[in-house]
Design a binder for this molecule. Structure first.
Ligand SMILES: Nc1ncnc2c1ncn2[C@@H]1O[C@H](COP(=O)(O)OP(=O)(O)O)[C@@H](O)[C@H]1O
Ligand SMILES: [Mg+2]
Length: 349
């Protein structure tokens, strides 16, 4: 049982490479928290500081109220699973999984019991005598998971563990991880640059940018109420549309005169509209010139250019008869729009 706490953790590599700034987070016992953000935003650094592989420049880390900031990595009882599996190539699957248990000097019988039980959970029992090179990518990733699970650590850390798998396998493993989390009830911190993984896996999501936390919330809350333009654009696929907008006398001018705004000063803003909130109509208020139509089977994604030369992406019904060069007529579901100040901070409408 383990809760994790980061208290104002900062990490500067060398003299001026600021990887993480003032990172504070409470992870509850049994929670699965996903850190998400673009490459280089400080996700791996956060995990490495918690695991003790990297020393923080300032701040403290705790497990269950015990300050572990200065504890050796081996004493922290944390298991980490990496993207590249990091399996020992010359050892069998069994020995790979047994390695940490042997180091802990558990009895042969106990090791056999733990490895067999874990292999069973992960469906890799029949590969125990194989070497990693005799396994597929997905099977190797399961072994890497197994090596972590077999130790029954206090906390699991995952650093983009599915990035090397093909798209279909990634979704399958993602589901298996979710199931595993329910089954083990363990505290997990999962790092990914993939917003879909974050949305589907996380009890809560932490969105990072340039080493700064942007927002911490449940997936739907992040999706429906992104705290700024960065989060709004990062979470959701296809990404949210942004339009330059003028507000004058409490009404939005360039988009739709019906939108009343209260408590928002006149001036220039950015209006955010998700692709599913663009509603195709025979006689809509707006039009765009269609440039690309992606036929996905369950929907069509239409990318067009508006009269004011802004790109617009709309999710449409699959039977919509539309081609590049056509004009698309649409309305915007104004109740679902987001208004951002020019500095990117969300303003409530
Ligand atoms: N050992 C290191 N030395 C110097 N800079 C580093 C080192 N490791 C990471 N960084 C820098 O710190 C920032 C955060 O890196 P990282 O935590 O690996 O990001 P992420 O995992 O989100 O891609 C990046 O700008 C990266 O270049
Ligand atoms: Mg990383």
């Amino acid at each position: 049982m383990a809760a994790v706490r980061f208290e104002a953790v900062s990490k500067v590599y060398g003299t001026d490479s600021r990887a993480l700034t003032d990172f504070s987070l409470d992870v509850e016992d049994g929670e699965l928290v996903v850190l998400v953000g673009p490459s280089g935003c400080g996700k791996s650094t956060t995990l490495r500081v918690l695991a003790g592989l990297e020393e923080s420049t300032s701040g403290r880390v705790f497990i269950n109220d015990t300050d572990i900031t200065d504890e050796a990595p081996s004493k922290r009882d944390i298991a980490m699973v990496f993207q590249n599996y990091a399996l020992y190539p010359h050892m069998t699957v069994f020995d790979n999984m047994a390695f940490s248990l042997k180091m802990r000097k558990l009895s042969k019988e106990e090791i056999k019991r733990l490895v067999t039980e874990t292999a069973d959970i992960l469906g890799i029992s029949e590969y125990l005598e194989r070497k990693p090179k005799e396994l597929s990518g997905g099977q190797r990733q399961r072994v890497a998971l197994g090596r972590a699970i077999v130790r029954h650590p206090k906390v699991f850390l995952f650093d983009e563990p599915l990035s090397n798998l093909d798209a279909k396998l990634r979704v399958q493993m993602r589901n298996e991880l979710a199931r595993l989390h329910s089954k083990l009830g363990a505290t997990m911190i999962y790092v990914t640059h993939d917003q879909a993984e974050a949305m589907t896996l996380g009890d809560r999501i932490v969105v990072l940018k340039n080493g700064f936390i942007q927002q911490v919330a449940q997936p739907l809350e992040v999706y429906n109420n992104p705290c700024n333009k960065f989060v709004a654009g990062f979470i959701g696929s296809p990404a949210m549309n942004f339009f330059k907008t003028e507000i004058s006398e409490g009404e939005i001018l360039s988009v739709n005169g019906r939108l009343e705004t209260t408590g928002v000063a006149d001036g220039m803003y950015t209006l955010g509209v998700r692709p599913e909130d663009i509603l195709v109509r025979e006689q809509g208020q707006f039009t765009c010139s269609v440039e690309v139509v992606e036929t996905l089977g369950n929907e069509k994604v239409v990318i067009g250019i508006t009269g004011s030369d802004e790109q617009i992406t709309a999710r449409c019904r699959p039977d919509l008869d539309i081609r590049p060069g056509n004009e698309l007529s649409f309305d915007i579901d104004m109740s679902k729009t987001h208004l951002f100040a020019l500095d990117g901070v969300e303003r409530k409408i």
